[in-house]
Write a protein that binds this ligand. Structure first.
Ligand code: A2P
Length: 284
């Protein structure tokens, strides 16, 4: 199994990415990203709403890596949904990152003028400002509501996904279209019931890995792109070390059986878009 996945637009993405959600700008994101790049990550996941794109850009430049060696994702925030606002926001993200292009840009949330925002992403892809475009937090319901009206099929849908919440219904829709899922909270956000689950602990013993590595291996082997979060340098590095063993078909089936089909966030709940918009203001 390769550590790189080919998307439906032909571009390649590293299967494991380093997420910088909730890491402050002006230092901490710079340091965390630089550490991650030194540890071997080649895929960084930020967003306009994380307010730390500029530190990500600085870290990539400081790493000594060539721009094309690192896959950079950012996301359009809800305040900028709408065609004209999104066009401006794409340029703001590029300016904050200090980059000429982004490898991936996502609609961060599926509310309000999704169609207008998507059109701006499609144009930016055509003009080379963005290589791949995708969506995020789209449930089957949101996907069916919006995506049939898009001209371009999204390359990914970034959603909450882990062994307790495997998104099987969504995957049944996306798999035939070759749209990849990117998993946020891939370790259940540190859920002790998941990390200490006997099925996972016993596989960790068998393969000489930790519980997180077993979960990440399961996810990547099951076709996902995964974005684990850690502030511990040993685990940050270790979370990349999942390509030197393989779970058997039977073990994959056992782990598929852990699905409870429940996550921490329901994008279909009433008022979620309004709540997010008022909770996160990234500009006037
Ligand atoms: P830490 O930062 O101390 O490593 P998620 O990516 O699902 O949001 O989960 C993040 C949580 O999982 C954090 O609490 C993180 O703690 C923990 N974590 C990260 N990597 C591992 C791992 N390999 N094994 C166990 N826990 C991990």
């Amino acid at each position: 199994m390769s550590n790189t996945i080919t998307l439906n637009d032909g571009n390649k993405i590293p299967a494991i990415g380093f997420g910088v959600f909730l890491i402050p700008n002006d230092g901490p994101t710079y340091e965390a990203t630089l550490e991650a790049l030194k540890a071997g990550y080649r895929h960084i996941d930020t967003a306009a709403a994380y307010m730390n794109e500029s530190d990500v850009g600085k870290a990539v430049r400081a790493s000594g890596l060539k721009r094309e060696e690192v896959f950079i994702t950012s996301k359009l925030w809800l305040q900028d949904f709408g065609y004209e606002a999104a066009k401006k926001a794409i340029d703001t993200s590029l300016k904050n990152l200090g980059m000429e292009y982004m490898d991936m840009y996502l609609l961060h949330q599926p509310y309000f003028d999704v169609g207008g925002a998507w059109k701006a992403l499609e144009e930016a892809k055509k003009s080379g400002k963005i290589k791949s475009i995708g969506v995020s937090n789209m449930t089957p319901k949101k996907w069916q509501e919006f995506v049939p009206h898009f001209e371009t099929l999204p390359a990914v849908n970034q959603v909450e996904c882990n062994p307790f919440f495997q998104q099987r219904e969504l995957r049944n829709i996306l798999d035939p279209l070759n749209v990849k899922i990117e998993a946020w909270y891939p370790l259940g956000h540190g859920n002790a019931d998941l990390l200490n689950h006997p099925a996972i602990v016993s596989l960790a013993k068998k393969y000489g890995k930790n519980a997180g590595q077993i979960i990440l291996r399961f996810e990547v082997q099951d076709g996902l792109i995964t974005l684990p979060k850690s502030t511990n340098p040993t685990r940050i590095k270790g979370n990349l070390e999942i390509f030197d063993f393989e779970l058997t078909a039977e073990e994959m089936q056992t782990l598929r059986g852990l699905d409870t089909d429940k996550g921490s966030h329901d994008p279909d709940a009433p008022g979620v878009g309004e709540h997010l918009l008022s909770a996160y203001k990234i500009h006037d």
